[in-house]
Ligand binder design. Structure first.
Ligand SMILES: [Zn+2]
Ligand SMILES: [Zn+2]
Length: 168
C-alpha cells in the first residue's frame, strides 16, 4: 500500500505508516478525553515496525495507566503540542496513532470485525456509541489476557447524563 502520512499542527513532526491498522480502538476513557479534548480517541493500532518519523523527533511524556499501572508513552511536538501517538509498556510491539493527525483521517476503515469501543463507563454525555462494534465497560482484556464480557448496540446510542449502560 501507499504509505500514509500525518503530522502535527505546525508541521515539524511528520510520520508515515506502511500498513493497514491491525484494529481500531475507540477509547472513551477520561485520559483520552483529556488528551484529545473530545469525546473519545479514535486510535488505529499499528505494528511498531510499520510506523516511523520522516521529519522531526517527538518529545516523550510517560505516565502510568490507571488500570494496569504500566507505562504509557505519549509522543508530542514540543513546538505546537500536538500528540501524534501512544506507546505502551504492556504492549511493546504496537503503537496507537491519534487518528486526526493523519493527512487523510479517513484512509482506514473502522471495521466492525476489527474494532472495539472501550471505557464506556466513562463515556461523555453526547458521545455516540456505534452499532455493530463490540462495547466494553473498561478494558477489553484483563491483565491475565482473558477477555471481559462485551455488549453491543443495534443502532447508534447517544450517551446521556446517566452514562452509558448496556440497557441504553
Ligand atoms: Zn508541531
Ligand atoms: Zn483511553
Amino acid at each position: 500500500m501507499t504509505p500514509q502520512e500525518g503530522g502535527c499542527l505546525c508541521g515539524a513532526l511528520r510520520y508515515a505508516v506502511r500498513a493497514e491498522p491491525s484494529h481500531v480502538t475507540l477509547c472513551h476513557c477520561h485520559f483520552c478525553q483529556r488528551a484529545t479534548g473530545g469525546t473519545h480517541m479514535v486510535e488505529p493500532i499499528f505494528d511498531k515496525a510499520d510506523f516511523g518519523f520522516v521529519a522531526g523527533e517527538p518529545r516523550l511524556w510517560t505516565t502510568r495507566s490507571e488500570g494496569s499501572g504500566l507505562a504509557v508513552h505519549v509522543h508530542f511536538c514540543d513546538t505546537c503540542g500536538t500528540k501524534t501517538h501512544l506507546g505502551f509498556e504492556r504492549f511493546p510491539d504496537i503503537i496507537g496513532v491519534y487518528a486526526g493527525t493523519f493527512d487523510d483521517p479517513n484512509w482506514f476503515d473502522v471495521r466492525p470485525d476489527a474494532s472495539k469501543q472501550i471505557f464506556l463507563n466513562a463515556a461523555q454525555q453526547n458521545a455516540v456509541i456505534l452499532p455493530g462494534i463490540p462495547c466494553f465497560e473498561a478494558h477489553m482484556s484483563r491483565m491475565d489476557g482473558s477477555e471481559n464480557p462485551s455488549h453491543g448496540v443495534g443502532a447508534p446510542v447517544i450517551v446521556g447524563k446517566a452514562h452509558w449502560s448496556p440497557e441504553a
